[in-house]
Ligand binder design. Structure first.
Ligand code: GUN
Length: 298
């Protein structure tokens, strides 16, 4: 192994510490805590785990956590009414509706109902548009966390060749926008890309966000490249085990023999997502109260 490990767990912990200090400053100025509301519809077990963890980390950072759980039989109108109430609530700075939603709900319609200035997930079309034209708004947490890790490792990203594998609204597309803003030369590859290994071989920065276990092989990686693995995939269990191993979208063993630096799975990008969510919620609180955050504080 030649690659340096990018320790997302440690970086996320230090980001949470910075958020906690600024959350305390916010509370002393606004005479209230910054507040994050999380809405969970239905009983997807993975979503329950995420939502519990978000609530715990929000409170640990000195912010107020408001959790709302609706049954999987709740109507879309009930969810829209709850979002409207949270939009009006001045103690709620950020609103996150946990995805996926049950099939009878229209995700785009639900996201569109969130006040863009409380949309800490950055999923609203207004925030996607703000990102595209370079206006301040909210950026989806996972890609923002990836850029933080990249800048921490590489400093300026200007002029680097970046390949993003995956074109989802949540990761691939905003990731590409962020890298363009950092003056990278950006290629977005996806399931219909021809000669994907050759495309990836050009990259100084590889961001893999396809959701396919160990798809990106070691011999696709340019020597010395920085590899960011957004995937979290569970392999089928080995005989005798009840759970399979968690792996990313990159063949870690193969890639780490060639890359300059790489994020592990778990412990790379994963822990960044909630830390950046707390950061976005705190930024929302400062903006909603018309308070100034120190430049580049978080
Ligand atoms: N489900 C999985 N990841 C996310 C996320 O970042 N935000 C929301 N709202 N739902 C998710």
């Amino acid at each position: 192994m030649t690659a340096e490990l990018i320790d997302g767990k440690a970086f996320a912990a230090s980001l949470r510490d910075k958020v906690a200090i600024l959350a305390a400053t916010f509370e002393s100025k606004a005479m209230r805590k910054a507040g994050l509301a999380v809405v969970l519809v239905g009983d997807d077990p993975a979503s329950h785990v995420y939502v519990r963890s978000k609530g715990q980390q929000t409170v640990a950072a000195g912010m107020a956590s408001f959790e709302h759980r609706l049954s999987h039989t709740a109507s879309e109108d009930e969810l829209l009414a709850l979002i409207d109430k949270l939009n009006q609530d001045r103690f709620v700075d950020g609103i996150l509706v946990q995805l996926p939603l049950p099939d009878h709900m229209d995700e785009q319609k639900v996201i569109a109902a969130i006040n863009p200035d409380k949309d800490v997930d950055g999923f609203h079309v207004i925030n996607a548009g703000r990102l595209a034209v370079g206006l301040p708004g909210f950026v989806p947490c996972t890609p923002l966390g990836c850029v933080m890790l990249l800048k921490d490792r590489l400093g300026s990203l200007a002029g680097l060749d970046a390949v993003v594998i995956g074109r989802s609204n949540i990761v691939g597309k905003p990731m590409a926008q962020l890298l363009i803003a950092e003056s990278c030369t950006v290629t977005v590859a996806h399931s219909r890309t021809k000669n994907l290994p050759d495309v990836v071989r050009r990259a100084d920065i590889v961001v893999a966000a396809v959701g396919r276990a160990e798809m990106v092989k070691g011999d696709w990686i340019k020597p010395g490249a920085t590899v960011i693995d957004v995937g979290i995939n569970r392999l089928p269990p080995e005989p005798g085990a009840d759970k399979g191993r968690l792996v990313g979208d990159v063949d870690f063993t193969g890639a780490s023999a060639v890359a300059g630096a790489i994020t592990p799975v778990p412990g790379g990008v994963g822990p960044m997502t909630i830390a950046v969510l707390l950061r976005n919620a705190l930024v929302a609180a400062y903006r909603n109260e018309g308070l100034k955050l120190p430049a580049d504080a978080i």
